[in-house]
Design a protein around this ligand. Structure first.
Ligand code: ADP
Ligand code: MG
Length: 703
């Protein structure tokens, strides 16, 4: 399109400096184009009013409209903890409306005894219904469009409290649309639009925000999904072809002292057959002169770290450095400790670098790297920074890839004269269509076997009324010397409520397991890194019997003595996340347990998810079911799935046909015009560029 869409969002009427900053930090919206491409994640019938009585936890991730009378309201607490709580009813039940921000403003608006149309997401806590930062309309003043279908836009607590709830965003987009239309130019050549019966781009963008009819909406969605997936396929297919043609990787033919001594003297157990096979595949890649780009899939606990270590030792034997990138501080430190322990006495120096590294430690590490003294470096995103310079980087291992984008992977390529070998490790089994989209340019190895002697984890589903039984069970396990995790969901949209649940849960646990006899540690995202580490240390060294945490512990924490994983509000987690969490126990030889706590009212999908968890421990089976269950565009669903990928509209689980179709077209076109340099493919070159990894929310790519 053109520069109009690159204009700063702050210049849109109704935005301004302060809201622009919020839109950017909360939703990544910087320009008018970003806003135009911020699509509703669902549509609701604004003529439909729900009753409180019919709400179930079914709706906890869904927006609903209620018509309720305010019974009373009051401000509770002071300062940062202050909140406004209003009790309202529609005769079928009561709902608590909560505001943590904009309290003064709401206090002035609310009137006891008056009826309001309330729009928001209900959540359920101990059988009570509440709504955090709902939008309020006076009865009769609803903004329902003529047709009744109105887009619901994803938002956050911070935005809602600046009058940018779903409705506020809808209003901004209405304002934007009035001047946007004339600037929208077609992104696809006529021939492709005709051959595929696509709706023109301008019409599609209008209908995605303001549907004329369900049929128009369906065609608009198809058109926009097509653009997105076609752009990605053009980019991936062409990159794959370029890579095959270049074939310029580091050859690492030697297996030497480091690897052999480790294998003979250090390896604490026999490798599984699957580990051996995968190591061979990796070695095969590293021997030749072609750059390795390999995805290593293996269920939680299948022993991926060991495979990574052997690859890094081979690199060291050939005179190259390696680095291993982990998604969290906790995990990076843990990997560092594990690798140091396993290679003790081999004379190989392993450094660690994270955002929290102290200045002196950092300087020392950077020096050691540059002069080649440090052979292996473990760390977080901090490794991507430009000042991290290697003497001779030959291998990059990325753990738990689903937290990193393609973007980060390609940034590591520039850390040496040729791109280093890349090994991406993931515990999330990835179905084929997803692999085609996310990892279309990767080869895949699978560890399909767990180390021997693991007892399958026993999983049970309990409701709130069984909490006493749960406490009894925890007492018995702790008496046997075991340790227990208690995990709470944390979702951006309901962050404040979630923290409240976490604190209340923590208090309930310490009430039941009081100090000094017991010690309960707590870890969550609002703590500083030092605090987090101190808490984790208490749990790791066995001082604390219980660890209460948000899902920050989801990935990779290894405490073999922990035998019980309690997941609170389990119905709010996605299947893959539940499976990841469960994988934190069952790492030692003891029988381990996973307890899924949930409310009594469950949606059909939640029931299926929890049922599947009780039924099977097989990650691949669960992943497939997950794909089937996960709803299109359900924002919290995609966040929870752990496979967050910046698709704006397409849904990898549902749109496999479009993926395959666009891949075929992309392959055909690129076979004839590999650089997309002919005039008729000019638009396609722009589309591919838009979806290339260096993107990052930058709308200039569309021009
Ligand atoms: P993940 O694949 O989830 O990253 P890890 O690499 O953390 O798994 O391994 C899980 C645990 O299994 C670790 O304690 C590790 O030492 C152990 N382990 C790995 N491979 C084997 C093996 N072949 N035999 C026995 N234990 C193993
Ligand atoms: Mg791991």
């Amino acid at each position: 399109m053109n520069s109009w869409f690159d204009s700063d969002i702050k210049f849109l009427k109704g935005v301004g400096e302060q809201r622009a900053t919020l839109l950017t930090s909360e939703l990544g919206i910087r320009t008018l184009g970003d806003l135009l491409y911020y699509f509703p994640f669902r549509y609701i019938d604004r003529t439909r009013i729900h009753t409180v009585g019919e709400l179930t936890s079914l709706q906890s991730s869904t927006y609903v409209q209620l018509k309720v009378r305010v019974l009373n309201f009051q401000k509770i607490g002071q300062g940062a903890k202050a909140r406004l709580s209003a009790l309202a009813s529609d005769g079928t039940g009561r709902v608590e409306l909560l505001w943590f921000k904009g309290i003064k403003w709401m206090e002035k608006r609310l009137e006891v005894g008056r009826e309001y149309i309330v729009f928001g997401k209900p959540s359920f806590f101990r059988g009570e219904v509440n709504m955090v930062h709902p939008e309020l309309d006076n009865v009769g003043a609803s903004v329902a469009p003529a047709i009744g279908m109105q887009g619901v836009y994803g938002t956050t607590e911070k935005l809602s409290s600046s009058q940018l709830g779903s409705k506020g965003i809808y209003k901004l987009i209405s304002t934007l649309w009035r001047s946007a239309e004339e600037h929208i130019t077609e992104s696809l050549p006529r021939s492709i639009i005709d051959a595929n019966g696509l709706m023109p781009l301008r019409e599609a963008l209008r209908n995605i925000h303001f549907p004329q009819s369900p049929a128009h909406l369906a065609r608009a969605e198809y058109r926009l999904k097509f653009d997105e997936l076609f752009g990605i396929q053009l980019d991936i297919v062409s990159r794959g072809a370029q890579r095959m043609a270049r074939a310029d990787g580091f050859a690492m033919p030697r297996v030497g002292e480091f690897f052999n001594r480790f294998y003979r003297e250090k390896l604490p157990f026999e490798l599984t057959g699957a580990q051996k096979r995968v190591i061979k595949e990796i070695r095969g890649d590293m021997i030749g002169g072609r750059q390795m780009n390999r995805l290593l899939q293996g269920d939680v606990g299948s022993g991926k770290t060991m495979v990574a270590l052997t690859a890094m030792l081979i690199a060291a034997d050939n005179g190259y450095q390696s680095c291993m990138m982990a998604p969290t501080e906790i995990l990076a430190r843990q990997h560092h400790a594990t690798l140091c322990r396993m290679t003790e006495g081999l004379g190989i120096e392993i450094g660690v670098l994270t955002g929290a590294s102290k200045a002196a430690e950092r300087r020392n590490t950077l020096e050691g790297l540059a002069e080649g003294r440090i052979r292996i470096l473990v760390g977080t995103h901090a490794l991507l920074e430009d000042r991290v310079q290697f003497e001779n980087l030959g291998l990059v291992v990325i753990d738990e890839q689903h937290r990193f984008g393609v973007e980060q992977r390609s940034r590591m390529w520039t850390k040496n004269t040729r791109p280093p070998h890349i090994l991406v490790m993931s515990a999330t089994p990835i179905p084929r269509t997803l692999a085609m989209t996310l990892y279309g340019d990767l080869e895949v190895s699978v560890i399909d076997e767990l180390p021997p002697g693991r007892k399958p984890i026993k999983t049970v589903h309990m409701s709130e009324s069984h909490r006493l039984a749960l406490f009894g069970f925890m007492h018995r396990e702790i008496a046997k010397g075991r340790q227990v995790y208690v995990v709470y969901p944390l979702i951006r949209e309901s962050e404040t409520m979630d923290y409240r649940n976490l604190y209340e849960g923590y208090e309930a646990v310490t009430g039941e397991f009081p100090p000094p006899k017991y010690c309960t540690a707590v870890v969550h995202g609002k703590m500083s890194n030092d605090e987090k580490e101190a808490s984790m240390a208490l749990f790791k060294n066995g001082t604390a019997q219980i660890l209460v945490a948000t899902s920050v512990i989801e990935v990779g924490v290894d405490v073999p003595n922990a035998s019980v994983m309690v997941i609170e509000s389990a119905e709010r987690f996605g299947l893959s996340q539940l499976h990841q969490l469960r994988g934190r126990v069952g790492r030692g030889g003891e029988q381990s347990y996973c307890v899924l706590m949930s409310g009594d009212k469950l949606s059909a999908d939640a029931r299926k998810r929890l049922g599947a968890m009780v039924e099977t421990c097989d990650g691949f089976e669960l992943a497939e079911l997950d794909m089937k269950l996960r709803g299109s565009g359900d924002i919290s669903g995609t966040q929870q799935s752990g496979m967050a990928f910046e698709l704006k509209i397409a849904d990898i689980s549902r749109d496999s046909q479009i993926i395959e179709h666009t891949r075929r077209i992309a392959t055909e076109i690129l076979a004839r015009d590999p650089d997309l340099s002919t005039p008729e493919n000019r638009l396609l070159a722009a589309l591919a560029k838009r979806y290339a990894p260096q993107r990052g929310g930058d709308f200039s790519m569309i021009s």
